[in-house]
Write a protein of this length. Structure first.
Length: 237
């Protein structure tokens, strides 16, 4: 074999080796990605949610990682799912609706009351600078903290405690979201909302409605939006 032919053979071998190595090192495809994108298109965008940040967050967060193992096949269905302890992970559209209504900005610090599975916290963490989330059930708080760590979320802090009192150490908050329904809006949460801030929460017993609370220099305003059904908020002082 001539010197030129040997050189060409060596180059081809190196190219094949690099190609094989590239295939071996390629990232593993997310098997749930198509289901997640379909969820976003058919359940969220089709119902009028157009905020690019919300759509991107819902497209990125792996909802199947926040539901019990025996329910993963239903993770992207258009419905809430039980997560134990009498609690649920909210319907994807409601998560998107409340996140959109909250108008979260990249610089915001957000308080969430009612961590549950931590799915809503993860969606918020995709948009906000920092999320503080409170869960009254200690076992769920431990699991939420573990799930968020496994997913790589470093801008979420989980606390086990009574959400009615908020989290005064980190107040005021630019945004507050409550994912369980109190009979009326907790005063401590209004007090911990920054001037110029917004809070979104379900309110009521039996019949519940999403309420958007806005706090301005001149006071607090409320806007009722859609009817919903959430688990009751517990721990009222």
């Amino acid at each position: 074999m001539s010197r030129m032919m040997r050189l060409l053979a060596a180059v081809c071998a190196l190219a094949l080796g690099a190609s094989a190595a590239g295939r071996a090192q390629a990232p593993i495809a997310d098997p749930a990605q198509s289901a997640r994108l379909r969820m976003v298109e058919t359940q969220i965008r089709a119902r009028g949610i157009a905020n690019p940040a919300v759509l991107k967050a819902m497209s990125r967060v792996p909802r199947h990682m926040f539901v019990p193992a025996d329910l993963k096949a239903f993770a992207y269905d258009d419905r809430p799912l039980p997560i134990g302890r009498g609690q649920t992970i909210s319907q994807p559209y409601i998560v998107a609706y409340m996140t959109d209504a909250l108008q979260v900005r990249p610089e915001d610090t957000v308080l969430e009351v009612g961590t549950g599975s931590a799915y809503q916290a993860a969606v918020l963490a995709e948009i906000a600078r920092q999320v503080y989330t409170i869960e009254i059930i200690p076992d769920l708080a431990v699991q939420a903290r573990r799930s968020l760590a496994e997913m790589g979320y470093r801008n979420v802090e989980v606390r086990s405690g009574n959400g009615y009192f908020g989290w005064s150490e980190h107040a005021p908050f630019a945004r507050i979201i409550v994912t369980a329904a109190p009979p009326e809006i907790p005063k401590a949460l209004v007090d911990q909302l920054a001037v110029g801030g917004m809070m979104v929460l379900p309110v009521g017993t039996g019949l519940q409605e999403i309420v958007i609370v806005s706090k301005g220099a001149g006071g607090v305003t409320q806007q009722k939006t859609i009817p919903v059904r959430f688990v009751p908020m517990v721990g009222k002082p």
